[in-house]
Design a binder for this molecule. Structure first.
Ligand code: EPZ
Length: 419
């Protein structure tokens, strides 16, 4: 296992190229199961989670190759397998995204329940209820969801109690090949959903309501392969903005999409970070003091839960009080204890964290617990005085392409060593 070492207190200057979005690439790779043929995906990020879902799809019968870096060609002519094993699903719960496409294509899917993770129980009841509404028979047996349907899935109206991101994605993929019309109400509106809708539409699916919370899908008998570009990773973009806010300096972020971070950018401006948006380029910088702000995570277009940990690290560098409400996941404060080791003054009460900014953190040995918690420790480390050592950085490598290398290129003193 690797560890990352950071000598903090150095401002960041230069440009960073943002990679494709992990949370778009995962559903779009799963969607290649929907029909045979050669599917092409551009701007695919080089991440552990991408390698994991490709291993899973290989067990189902697909083959793939990268004709050039970040361009992925998947051949899904021979999809005979329909089981996603516990060994694979337990390492990445997004494996649940094969449930909808396998049911739609093969009429059968046997997917391990993902089990919990560091940030919460992560049930998939919305996915199961939705697929049952489309006519699937589901049984829970020995930790697996065993789903089947005779003939085609049947269109229906699905109402989500909560706008589940992967729940919406699973329903979109399943409904694309169902008989008749499906209406999804209270659908998630994250940009990654729009990226999936664009791919499915290019494959021949008939989907109305893109960008809204009511999606209408007219099922078709078959789809055809397409070529799609993965959108920029808005969470990676936000992570670098938090880093330059904490460390000071100025960064130019390229290949990003500022329009996908509406509430986050406004909050960062309120913190005192200078932000200029120009199409696919975003310039962010901080020279003066930063101010504390209150945060409440919400479904898109609200403040993203995937940036909560990173902004908490930033708030510890202010001299004010910041109230952070995490409303999406029940246990997404694993980074608090690690930040406290760096001198942060944070009090947690249920889903609320109260940060009393101390103006400055001190380097320490800390441990990554989950993907975004590890990113928050990097943000804290580049700002802290002294040396921070982050262990278990395999969490980081699941969702960030060469984060330490990209930060080193803009002046951070950051490197990897074997644990
Ligand atoms: C997606 O997870 C993202 N993952 C998460 O990013 C992100 O934090 C989350 O959406 C919220 O934006 C991918 O896209 C691969 P949800 P997902 O279904 O779909 C509850 C990262 O760091 N819920 O929108 O699993 C659930 O427990 C990851 O990149 C049910 O109760 O999230 C949670 O409290 C972390 N039953 C809330 O809804 C269900 O059937 C939101 O979950 C499904 C979800």
């Amino acid at each position: 296992m690797d560890k990352i070492i950071i000598e903090g207190g150095r401002p960041l200057h230069g440009e960073i190229f943002v990679s494709g979005a992990k949370n778009a690439a995962l559903p779009l790779i799963a969607a290649t199961l929907l029909c045979p043929g050669e599917h092409t995906l551009y701007n695919v990020p080089d991440l552990k989670d991408i390698r994991t879902i490709l291993v899973l799809l290989e067990t189902l019968g697909i083959t793939y190759h990268y004709p050039e870096p970040h361009t992925l060609v998947i051949n899904s002519d021979h999809v005979e397998g329909y089981e996603a094993s516990y060994d694979l699903v337990k390492t990445m719960r997004a494996s649940v995204l094969v449930l909808g496409p396998l049911l739609a294509r093969l009429g059968r899917a046997r997917v391990s329940l993902p089990g919990g993770c560091a940030i919460g129980a992560r049930p998939i009841n919305f996915h199961m209820q939705g697929l049952q509404k489309l006519g699937a028979q589901l049984e829970l047996e020995a930790g697996y969801v065993d789903a089947s349907v005779k003939g085609r899935l049947q269109g229906n109206t699905i109402y989500f109690d909560f706008p589940s991101v992967t729940g919406t994605e699973n329903m979109l993929m399943a409904a694309s090949l169902a008989q008749g019309k499906t209406i999804i109400k209270n659908a998630a509106k994250e940009p990654e959903i729009g990226n999936l809708i664009d791919m499915l539409t290019a494959m021949g699916a008939k989907i109305d309501g893109r960008g809204g919370d009511i999606l209408v899908i007219e099922g078709v008998a078959e789809l055809k392969p397409a070529a799609t570009t993965i959108i920029a990773d808005r969470i990676e973009t936000g992570t670098y903005i938090a880093a330059v806010g904490a460390a000071g300096g100025e960064l130019t972020l390229r290949n990003c999409n500022p329009a996908h971070l509406p509430s986050f950018l406004e909050k960062m401006r309120a913190v005192g970070i200078f932000i200029e948006e120009k199409d696919t380029v975003l310039v962010a910088g901080r020279s003066g003091p930063i101010k504390s702000v209150d945060i409440k995570t919400m479904p898109y277009p609200g403040f993203p839960t995937d940036l909560q940990a990173q902004i908490m690290a930033l708030m510890t560098c202010t001299n004010g009080l910041s109230v952070i409400d995490e409303t999406i996941f029940e246990n997404r404060f694993m980074h608090v204890a690690e930040l406290q080791r760096m001198g942060a003054d944070i009090r947690v009460e249920g889903g609320r964290a109260i940060v009393a900014g101390t103006g400055m953190l001190t380097g320490a040995q800390v441990m990554a617990t989950d993907l975004r918690a590890s990113a928050s420790l990097v943000v804290a480390g580049v700002a802290a005085q002294g040396v921070t050592t982050i262990s278990r950085v395999y969490h980081l490598d699941r969702g960030y392409e060469r984060l330490d290398e990209k930060l080193r290129q803009v002046g951070a003193k950051i490197w990897r060593e074997k644990e």
